[in-house]
Design a protein around this ligand. Structure first.
Ligand code: C5P
Length: 406
C-alpha cells in the first residue's frame, strides 16, 4: 500500500491532449488506496469523456459551477473541503494563468480558491508555450503561493515538437502526490484505539463516569489514519464528532469496551488504550430508578477488567501502548504500570497540572518504555498525536505481530 491510503484526491482535468492520461492517473492513485473524484473543465471534455472518468473513479464527475443538480449533490465548497489534495493534471497554460490570478470563473478554479488543502499542478503544453515568459512568471508566482509544480517532462509532443512541456507520467505524478503526505508510516497496518470515559450504570438514569474528553484518543485515531493505518476507534460517550474515514464503535461501559476491543484487536498491529476506563462498576444495576428513601446510601462496587492488560496477555498480541495519568512521581509510577500491565510503551502525563491533560487542548507527556524514557514538550493534542504515532510506528517490528513480554 502507498502513502495515499485514506487520502481524498480531487483530480482536476483541464483541456489538453494529455487529458487521456487522466484515466491511467486515476488507476495509479487508486492503486495507492486514494479515493478519487474528478472535476473537468469544459475544454477537457473535448479530449476525454466524463463518462470514462466517472466509470474509472467510481464517483460522479463534476463539470459545471452553475449546475444545480451537481451542486445539490456535492457543491464546490464541499468538494473543496472534501479534498486532501487537489491535483490538476493536465494543467493547461490557460488554467495555470487563471489559478495564478485567483480567478473563479469555472468549477475547478473556484474549488482551488476555496480549498485549504495542498494544490499541485502538472503542466502540459507545447514547448514554446511552456517557455513563454508569461507562463514562467505565472509558475514562479504559483510556487510562491505554495502550489506544487509536478514536472513537466521533456520529449516528443503531440504537435510534433520535441522539448519540455509534456505532462509528467501518471506513475511519477502518483509518487510526487504521495510524497506530499509526510509519512505513510502505518500503511497496511491495523490500529485499534480506545478513547473517552466509560459510564457505569447504577440504574436506568444514573451512572458513574469521569471527565475524560476523548480528545487525545480521537487525535491519535486521526493521526493513525493520516499515517495510512486501517484504524478502529472504540469510544466511550464524548462530545466529539465521529472522525471521518475511521471505523468508530461507540460503547458505554468498561465491559462493553472490553468486548469491542477483543473483537477489534484481531489482526491488529497496534493497540493504544487512551480511554479513561472506570476502575469500578456498581455490583448490580437497578432495573428501576433508585428512590431517595434513606438519608444514606451505599453502593457496592466491583472491579472492572483491565482492558489493556487483557490485550497485552493475548497469545498473539499487537504492540500495546497505554497511558498513565499521575499526580506525582510520574516516571516511577509509569514504569511500574508498564511492567505490571506488560506494555511496550506508556505515555505518561501529570494530571496535577490543569493546563494539560484531561479536558484541555494541550498535553505534555513522558514516553516510558522498557529501559528508556523521553519527555516531549507541551503541545497541542493534534500535533502531539502525530508525534506519538511516529514514535509508536518506529517501535513496530518488521514482522507484524509481537509475542508477549516475559
Ligand atoms: O491503571 P490505570 O487506569 O492508571 O492505567 C491506565 C491505562 O490503562 C490507560 O492506557 C487505560 O486506557 C488503560 N486501562 C484499561 N482498562 C482499565 C483501566 C485502564 O485499558 N480497566
Amino acid at each position: 500500500m502507498g502513502s495515499l491510503s485514506n487520502k481524498r484526491v480531487l483530480l482536476g482535468v483541464t483541456g489538453g491532449i494529455a487529458a487521456y492520461k487522466s484515466a491511467e492517473l486515476i488507476r495509479c492513485l487508486q492503486g495507492q488506496n486514494a479515493e478519487v473524484r474528478v472535476v473537468m473543465t469544459p475544454a477537457a471534455t473535448e479530449f476525454i469523456t466524463p463518462l470514462t472518468l466517472q466509470a474509472l473513479s467510481g464517483n460522479p464527475v463534476s463539470l459545471e459551477l452553475l449546475d444545480t443538480a451537481a451542486e445539490a449533490a456535492m457543491g464546490h465548497i464541499e468538494l473543496a473541503r472534501w479534498a486532501d489534495l487537489i491535483l490538476v493534471a493536465p494543467a493547461s497554460a490557460d488554467f495555470i494563468a487563471r489559478l495564478c490570478h485567483g480567478e473563479g470563473n469555472d468549477l475547478l478554479s473556484t474549488i482551488c480558491l476555496a480549498s485549504h488543502s495542498p494544490i499541485a499542478v502538472a503542466p502540459a503544453m507545447n514547448k514554446h508555450m511552456w517557455g513563454n515568459t508569461a507562463t514562467q512568471k505565472n509558475l514562479h508566482q504559483l510556487r510562491e503561493q505554495a502550489v506544487h509544480i509536478f514536472g513537466p517532462a521533456a520529449g516528443y509532443q503531440a504537435c510534433g515538437d520535441i522539448g519540455e512541456g509534456r505532462m509528467e507520467d501518471p506513475a511519477n505524478l502518483c509518487s510526487m502526490a504521495s510524497a506530499l503526505f509526510a509519512t505513510g508510516l502505518l500503511s497496511g497496518k491495523k490500529v485499534v484505539i480506545t478513547a473517552g470515559p466509560t459510564r457505569e450504570a447504577l440504574d436506568p438514569v444514573r451512572y458513574i463516569s469521569n471527565h475524560s474528553s476523548g480528545k487525545m484518543g480521537y487525535a491519535l485515531a486521526q493521526a493513525a489514519a493520516e499515517a495510512g493505518a486501517n484504524t478502529v476507534l472504540i469510544s466511550g460517550p464524548v462530545q466529539l464528532d465521529p472522525p471521518e474515514r475511521i471505523k468508530t464503535i461507540t460503547v458505554e461501559s468498561a465491559m462493553d469496551m472490553l468486548t469491542a476491543a477483543l473483537n477489534a484487536v484481531e489482526g491488529a498491529d497496534i493497540f493504544i488504550a487512551a480511554a479513561a476506563v472506570a476502575d469500578y462498576r456498581p455490583a448490580s444495576v437497578a432495573e428501576q430508578k433508585i428512590k431517595k428513601s434513606d438519608d444514606e446510601m451505599y453502593i457496592e462496587l466491583v472491579k472492572n477488567p483491565d482492558i489493556i492488560a487483557t490485550i497485552a496477555t493475548l497469545p498473539l498480541r499487537p504492540l500495546t501502548v497505554g497511558f498513565a495519568a499521575e499526580t506525582e512521581n510520574l516516571e516511577f509510577y509509569a514504569t511500574k504500570k508498564l511492567h505490571q500491565k506488560k506494555l511496550d510503551l506508556i505515555i505518561a502525563n501529570d494530571v496535577s497540572d490543569s493546563s494539560i491533560g484531561f479536558n484541555s487542548e494541550d498535553n505534555r507527556v513522558l514516553l516510558v518504555q522498557p529501559g528508556s524514557s523521553k519527555s516531549l514538550p507541551t503541545m497541542n493534542k493534534v500535533l502531539l498525536a502525530n508525534k506519538l504515532i511516529e514514535h509508536i510506528a518506529a517501535l513496530l517490528p518488521s514482522s507484524t505481530l509481537q509475542t508477549p513480554q516475559p
